[in-house]
Design a protein around this ligand. Sequence first.
Ligand SMILES: Nc1ncnc2c1ncn2[C@@H]1O[C@H](COP(=O)(O)OP(=O)(O)OP(=O)(O)O)[C@@H](O)[C@H]1O
Ligand SMILES: O=c1ccn([C@@H]2O[C@H](COP(=O)(O)O)[C@@H](O)[C@H]2O)c(=O)[nH]1
Ligand SMILES: [Mg+2]
Length: 197
Amino acid sequence: KLATEATSNRCNPFITFVLGGPGSGKGTQCVKIAETFRFAHLSAGDLLREEMSSNSENGTMIHDIIKEGKIVPSEITVNLLRKAIHSSGNHKFLIDGFPRNEENRIAFERIVGVEPDIVLFFDCPEEEMVKRVLNRNQGRVDDNIDTMKKRLEVFKKLNLPVIDYYSAKGKVCKINAVGTVNEVFEKVLPVFAALRI
Ligand SMILES: Nc1ncnc2c1ncn2[C@@H]1O[C@H](COP(=O)(O)OP(=O)(O)OP(=O)(O)O)[C@@H](O)[C@H]1O
Ligand SMILES: O=c1ccn([C@@H]2O[C@H](COP(=O)(O)O)[C@@H](O)[C@H]2O)c(=O)[nH]1
Ligand SMILES: [Mg+2]
């Protein structure tokens, strides 16, 4: 029901928050969803990493926070997302890896002015997430065992309550993230195939 409530004459953008622990496969699945269902894929982490590499005034602060596995102040992330949403030309979005905490959630709703239509939650055992992150090999400053332990703690303490919040609103689709990329995508497909947007 939750995924079919959208109608084709809506004015607001259609927002999907894509959540899950570090290495649960959010980015990998978002690429496939975006290709198949023509969503714009906005990864909050990627936007922050771009900002970090662009010599912006916040670059060093963002780098230090990411290396510690902590959460960047909401205003920075929400403004990057807001700009990306407005310049995308699309009206259907996958917001990957956001909101990370309650403050992020409230800031997004206030600044962007919309709530998500659905929240995908990739549920993955910790051992599997650690294995995937340590094998990722993309040169990320946070893909090491020390930062990974911190990120897992931050996920449990700050991100799970956001998932619980949206669960209570009936917006969460929980996907078992164990299996091959294609096996996981098979579980994701029906969520988007049911949409009428
Ligand atoms: N179902 C899967 N089985 C095995 N490996 C996977 C699977 N999905 C993704 N991976 C691999 O695991 C790693 C982490 O995946 P991905 O980057 O999609 O996770 P993420 O949730 O976006 O992580 P992060 O929060 O750290 O950005 C990547 O190297 C990816 O290729
Ligand atoms: O909304 C966000 C998203 C990300 N961060 C920081 O970036 C890293 C990496 O994010 P990924 O989604 O795993 O790529 C994350 O650990 C945070 O440090 C953030 O602060 N806020
Ligand atoms: Mg990712």
